[in-house]
Design a protein around this ligand. Structure first.
Ligand SMILES: [Zn+2]
Ligand SMILES: [Zn+2]
Length: 367
């Protein structure tokens, strides 16, 4: 992301254009739209001048090389979804300095602690409104505009759908779905009491952490609710029992399949999660195909899945999916027999050399 037009206009409206250098309120020689250091690294001195085109060059250089990157290396950046949010934060760091979002500032600390983005930004930015002699009305106004710009990007996404302490049927549906997920990961389950207590919410936030969703200590957003209930709320298709094998164990899982074929290929974690139904169906598929089946990808730890570009909800992360190489076999026959033996998820990657099979919901897609 690079600074957009709205952000540029906001910054320029506050900085003003000066073609002769002047002392800014903090006592630093400044020129153009707030430039204090030229692109060649020399500091602006009093008594210098520039053209409008040069001022634009200085401005663009700073945005591209200093203040855009200052936002990008902050903990906030991966959470940004919209141009407006980025623009607001570039304006902020351009004014307060490249370190505005970095440690040890409280924005960094609060985001790392899992606090909601919008809340942190709208509370923290306004605190940066003081000059050497106390509060400056111009800074107060600028922070307010930045916060408004930042929030203008958000859809009702972060509005809480269920708050901590709420009791409802929705909470019950959420708890039932959460327990499906918790069971699959061998984590302690939560009580299905229709009340969103701290334990239920902690489980939801654990899910969020594992699925790259924003955590929220006060409740559950609609986006998160829908995701959990959609993925885990359907009681019937959750039908495979996932076994987690200890690192380094070496088991023959069935006549033709060995545990080593299912180990995560990231090269570091050596995790081995395998669905028992997955192995049973694979073995039957192997027998009925009458040829060896080469597994190109089975279990993937979340990091590996991310690195290979897998979908964030990939079944590979759950341990009940395999990709089978079609280098030496008739892929149409493979798909037909796979369905006959009971595979429910079929991903058609034949153009890329594989067919994805899993034991989860009944659905098919192309790669
Ligand atoms: Zn791994
Ligand atoms: Zn796959």
């Amino acid at each position: 992301m690079e600074l957009g037009k709205t952000g540029e206009a906001l910054i320029k409206s506050y900085e003003g254009l000066y073609l002769e250098s002047y002392l800014c309120p903090a006592g630093v020689p400044t020129i153009g739209w707030g430039t204090t250091v030229y692109p060649d690294g020399t500091k602006v001195q009093l008594g210098e001048s520039c053209t409008t085109a040069e001022a634009q060059e200085f401005f663009d250089y700073d945005m591209k090389n200093k203040y855009g990157p200052a936002v990008k290396k902050s903990v906030v950046y991966p959470l940004l979804k919209e141009q407006e949010q980025f623009d607001a934060l570039v304006s902020f760091v351009y004014n307060v300095g490249e370190g505005g979002l970095l440690p040890p500032n409280s924005i960094d600390r609060r985001i790392r602690a899992g606090e909601p983005l919008n809340e942190v930004i709208s509370e923290e930015l306004p605190r940066w409104n003081k000059g050497p002699d106390g509060e400056l009305a111009g800074l107060t106004r600028r922070r307010k505009e930045e916060v408004e710009l930042f929030l203008s990007a958000s859809t009702p996404v972060e509005k809480l759908f269920i708050e901590l302490g709420d009791t409802s049927d929705d909470v019950l549906a959420l708890q039932k779905a959460m327990n499906q997920w918790l069971r699959r990961w061998n984590k302690p389950i939560i009580s299905e009491d229709s009340n969103l207590g701290p334990k239920s919410l902690a489980a939801v936030n654990d899910f969020c952490r594992n699925n790259r969703l924003e955590q929220n200590p006060k409740g559950v957003s609609e986006v998160v609710f829908n995701k959990i209930v959609k993925l885990y709320g359907t009681p019937t298709p959750i039908n495979d029992t996932i076994k987690a094998y200890a690192r380094g164990s070496s088991n023959q899982l069935s006549e033709n399949f060995h545990l080593s074929e299912f180990t995560c290929k990231c090269g570091r974690c050596k995790s081995q999660l395998v669905g028992t139904k997955l192995v049973r169906l694979l073995q039957e598929l192997r027998v009925r195909m009458g040829v060896p089946l080469s597994i190109t990808s089975a279990y993937r730890c979340p990091t590996h899945n991310y690195n290979v570009g897998g979908a964030s909800q990939s079944r590979h992360v759950e341990g009940d999916a395999v990709d089978i190489s079609i280098a030496n076999l008739d892929w149409q026959k493979l798909v037909r027999v796979a369905k006959e033996v009971g595979f429910t998820g079929i991903g058609y990657g034949q153009d890329r050399g594989f067919i994805h099979l899993d034991t989860w919901l009944e659905r098919e897609w192309d790669y």
